[in-house]
Design a protein around this ligand. Structure first.
Ligand code: SAM
Length: 283
């Protein structure tokens, strides 16, 4: 029988056939329920090119192709998955390409010239935040939407609003580049093997060019100083940044229209942009 995307064997059989057990060191927690992977894939596809990091046995990969991703570029570190992924390459008549490497070591923008890419992944917990930050700070931006499964706690930090406990550096960075929301939660029990915590699917849509904040480096310096001493007032936590540049802290805060006695969690994203814009470069 010729294999097509619709008659590939169930994922449990694929794991068994290739003797694939989950490796904790690679953050491997598989989604074997294709109804669930279909629901996630529909948030990303149809689309001409989708980047998937960590396809593993390929449940989400199959769903992306079935949902109308014209081509999926996948990056998978664990070579044990190359054989099952080859079956998907064959069944999709070459609409899947797989790079067997560490996603932290490749620039996904080099995989294809087609723009914008769309990113969809059930990310390994151990490198998920790092990958997200790499993609948010990529220049030029090569994607238009990310659909990511992350630990719920991390997803909440990405979309947190000022005044909330989860609001911090990640929310300010993300809110400077994307408009994001949590689409739905996924209980730990949906994964094989189940992780210790629940997950959530976040959808991050790139902001129009003129709404994105350009100087992410200075913004990062300001938020690192402010949230590094979260409980302190800004007149304390930002003092060192001002001193290093030989400027008056009071004047800087006044120019940025920021109250010196505020704490960082009460400053909105636009406030952090003003702080970064009015901070002169070092030297
Ligand atoms: N997408 C599959 C699913 O939903 O069932 C597997 C998801 S599992 C949470 C994470 C996957 O990322 C694993 O297949 C793992 O081998 C892979 N992985 C872990 N670290 C990686 C890295 N640095 N680069 C690329 N892939 C990685």
């Amino acid at each position: 029988m010729t294999l097509t995307l619709n008659n590939l064997p169930p994922l449990r059989d694929v794991l068994q056939k290739h003797d694939l057990f989950a490796k904790k060191s690679l953050g491997q927690h598989f989604l074997l329920d294709l109804n669930l992977t279909d629901k996630i894939a529909r948030l990303a596809a149809p689309h001409p090119v989708v980047l998937e990091v960590g396809p593993g046995p390929g449940g989400l990969t199959r769903s992306l192709l079935l949902a109308g991703a014209e081509h999926v570029f996948a990056i998978e570190k664990d070579e044990r998955f190359l054989a099952p992924l080859q079956d998907i390459i064959d069944a999709s008549e070459g609409r899947l390409s797989v790079e067997n490497t560490d996603a932290l070591k490749v620039d996904p923008a080099t995989l294809t010239d087609i723009r914008p890419m769309r990113i969809c992944a059930n990310l390994p917990y151990n490198v998920g935040t790092k990958l997200l930050i790499n993609w948010l700070t990529s220049s030029p931006v090569f994607w238009d939407r990310m659909v990511l499964m992350l630990q719920k706690e991390v997803a909440e930090r990405v979309v947190a609003v000022p005044g909330s406990k989860a609001y911090g550096r990640l929310a300010v960075l993300a809110g400077s580049i994307v408009h994001g929301h949590i689409s739905f939660d996924i209980p730990a029990s949906a994964f094989t093997p189940p992780p210790k915590v629940d997950s959530a699917v976040i959808v991050l849509d790139i902001l129009p060019n003129d709404k994105r904040f350009a100087d992410l480096k200075t913004l990062g310096q300001v938020t690192a100083a402010a949230f590094g001493q979260r409980r302190k007032m800004l007149r304390k936590s930002l003092k060192q940044l001002a001193n290093a540049r030989g400027i008056s802290l009071e004047e800087w805060l006044e120019k940025a229209n920021i109250n010196p006695t505020d704490r960082p969690e009460t400053v909105d994203i636009a406030g952090f942009h003003r702080l970064a814009e009015s901070l002169p470069p070092l030297g």
